[in-house]
Design a protein around this ligand. Sequence first.
Ligand code: OSB
Ligand code: MG
Length: 378
Amino acid sequence: MIVFEPMKIERIELHRVQLPLVRPFRTSSAYRTHIEHILVRLMDADGAEGWGEIATAVDPFYNSETTETAWHMAHDFLGPMVVGQVWETIGEFRNLYGRVKGNRFAKSGMEMAAWDFIGRKRGQSLSKMLGGTRTELEVGVSLGIEADLGALLFEVEKYVAEGYRRVKLKIAPGWDLVPVTAVRSKFPDLPLQVDANSAYSLADVDHLQRLDEFQLLLIEQPLADDDIVDHAWLQQRLRTPICLDESLHHVGDVRKALEMQSCRVVNIKVSRVGGILESKAVHDYCLGRQIPVWCGGMHEFGLGRAANLAIASLEGFVLPGDTSGSDKYWKQDLIDPPVRVSHGLAQVPVGPGLGVNLRMDRIEAGRRGFAVIDGRQK
Ligand code: OSB
Ligand code: MG
């Protein structure tokens, strides 16, 4: 039996850390050479701690939050609302800042730290706490828009050779049929999917229908983030399943999208839906309706990457996720050992909490900002 003991966070540290990507990443909406995320460290009076990652981009081109807005939220609202309060469950922890609207990436990093905190206290892994059913996961890779076809084919070849189980290509008007045709002809049996990051409109329906001949697993977020109505219209005209990413902020959005048949597959991103608890709710909702889900990513450092692997160990995650190994992104991850993918498989962390070993020296080396919230500000 698990005995719930009251918990109280007395001090929060925010570490804003920047790392260069091993390869710049271009999508229809953004170009990135570096990633800058905020690590949240929750601490109680007895020295217990938990770590989480706020996986915002530095720009507002994927969604409206940025690393700077998340810093403001965590530092001026979420942190002060958590410090000194008593809570026993993640649901109660989340309620502490329940009055804050939106800002789900910032909330997600706070909540992740609370899961890590509880897991370490109980000696249980996040996967175990969530009821994960798998210890090893099939992994995919998300490849950005490249300067030319040669460069793209080189990247696909490399990850296929490493054993990755599926490839996702970023597409945009002017970079869609040509790269998909090239990759499909070279890899006829490769599980392949595309992600448009909202680059198309309904006027493109004829063009998008031409993607139907490539046996794609899915097409991710073709239309605007705030439009599940037009996605339903489009899905009726496409054989390829639509998968929504940007449009789904919580389980309520998922219910509406599925009722409207706006998509047939759901991308679950822990940060986009505001945390692990909401991710589990989306997973459970989809599982009950036999809707396949998979775990998306936001170029997380090893900490957030471990959370992704834990949620993806739940039984409804039947498609490979963007849960690639650390070396896809970083020369040196913040965790040691890094996340390794071998033969296209990643191990779900088994240690307490997120189950990773953070390297403070590497955090400090990449640090661009640091703050403490300890209640004295109030
Ligand atoms: O749309 O899924 C996306 C990365 C940053 C922002 C949005 C997206 C992505 C990816 C890469 O596709 C996911 C990853 O490898 O972490
Ligand atoms: Mg996406």
